[in-house]
Design a protein around this ligand. Structure first.
Ligand code: PLP
Length: 399
């Protein structure tokens, strides 16, 4: 490692709060599906900053749109209207079929808003303040207190208890376990359409359909967290669109801004008209012109560059190549996922393979101890898949 990179890493370890065990690399710039560290070493990126850089790095049209907005107006606050937010909301409504948009600064904040909207909806119905939410085991919804409270990983929650309370956990794809937790106080069911951090685990169509019916029958709100699996990643703009099961509230973030910190929660008209009202919720930055210019441009480029077509073209190829690795190495148990959100499940910790890949110029990430997660940019090609498989294959053979 160069002296300069080493110095920066040492400074980081004394200045930044140590909440991550970071890889020993200082990243400097990106281009397309490649990243470069301070020494100029090139990496093929199959992580895209946690499923964020859907359009790849250094997309000229995207960069130009941001530069133009920076020179015009970066921030206004929500006491005034701004054009980029209105245009971004229009485009987001169109691709989602939802009716109302609230922009946030992150995914966790979108989940917070979704929870507040659900509680307020229930409160307006019966005036009581002890409503319950059902979430899934192994889910991940973010690190703020509300989002953490519905995150189904006790390890993330324990030191921070008590959470917001009145949360029950059921098992993904086990409808009976959901039913067993429903009662008259249940106001919402929240789940990721495809679990990300919890192990790249898609909800089944049967499970989602039954939950939708249950929600309709009992006027429970269905909240789908599409922060990781949405924005084209599974070959649909939002993963639920494959199943014809529509949420009452949906969260999005990560690839929504392709690098600019922005998220949103979206509501259908029923919830939009009967939940959060003036004074109930707010944010200083949320929906600011810079972030929304990014969202707006991202949605334009998704359409113009046929991003979802590319996902559908390359995903099958990626699956095929990953399946080859499953047959070749008996310590890889299975592959699962949807579109360009895939996981390889190992019978042993994957950390050594991820480190070896990094050394060899390939950026990968885990989802838990035993799973390598593949969430590349949505502009990757079959050649990029070949390159990734070739590096990973040699790391698997040697380690
Ligand atoms: C990343 C993620 C979040 C949290 O988003 P942040 O922007 O990190 O707050 C919530 N839900 C899911 C499914 C995620 O993948």
């Amino acid at each position: 490692m160069s002296d300069m990179m080493k110095q920066y890493i040492e400074e980081a370890e004394s200045a930044l709060l140590h909440t991550y065990n970071r890889y020993q690399v200082v990243l400097d710039k990106g281009d397309g599906v490649y990243l470069y560290d301070l020494n100029g070493k090139k990496y093929l990126d199959f992580f895209s900053g946690i499923a964020v850089f859907a359009l790849g790095y250094n997309n000229k049209e995207y960069n130009d749109a941001l530069k133009e907005q920076i020179d015009k107006l970066i921030h206004t606050s929500n006491y005034y209207y701004n054009m980029p937010a209105i245009e971004a909301a229009r485009k987001l409504k169109k691709v989602s079929g939802m009716d109302r948009v609230f922009f946030t600064n992150s995914g966790a904040e979108a989940v917070e808003g979704a929870i507040k909207a659900a509680r307020k909806y229930a409160y307006l119905k019966d005036g009581s303040t002890d409503h319950e939410i059902i979430a899934m085991n192994h889910s991940f919804h973010g690190r703020t207190m509300g989002a953490l409270s519905v995150t189904g990983n006790p390890k993330y929650r324990e030191a921070f208890e008590p959470g917001i309370g009145n949360i029950r956990f059921a098992d993904m794809n086990d409808f009976e376990s959901v039913l067993a937790n429903v009662n008259d106080k249940t106001c919402a069911i929240i789940l990721e359409t495809v679990q990300g951090e919890g192990g790249v685990y898609p909800a089944t169509e049967e499970f989602l359909t039954k939950i939708r019916t249950l929600c309709d029958e009992r006027d429970i709100l269905l909240i789908l967290d599409e922060i990781q699996c949405g924005m084209g990643r599974t070959g649909y703009m939002f993963a639920w669109q494959k199943y014809g099961v529509k949420p009452d509230i949906m969260t999005t973030a990560k690839a929504l801004g392709c690098g600019v910190p922005v998220g949103a929660f979206l509501l259908n008209e029923k919830v939009g008209a009967n939940s959060l009202a003036a004074g109930d919720h707010g944010t200083t930055y949320g929906g600011n012109p810079l972030a929304c210019a990014a969202v707006s441009k991202v949605l334009d480029l998704f359409e113009k560059n046929h991003i979802i077509d590319n996902v559908n073209e390359v995903a099958g190829y990626l699956e095929e190549k990953l399946d080859m690795l499953v047959s070749k190495y008996d310590f890889i148990q299975t592959r699962r996922g949807a579109g360009l959100m895939q996981g390889l499940v190992f019978d042993r910790p994957v950390a050594p393979y991820i480190s070896a890949a990094l050394e060899a110029g390939l950026i990968l990430i885990n989802a838990g101890t035993y799973i390598i997660r593949f969430v590349p940019s949505l502009v990757i090609t079959k050649e990029n898949v070949d390159e990734m498989i070739s590096i990973l294959d040699s790391c698997l053979a040697e380690n």
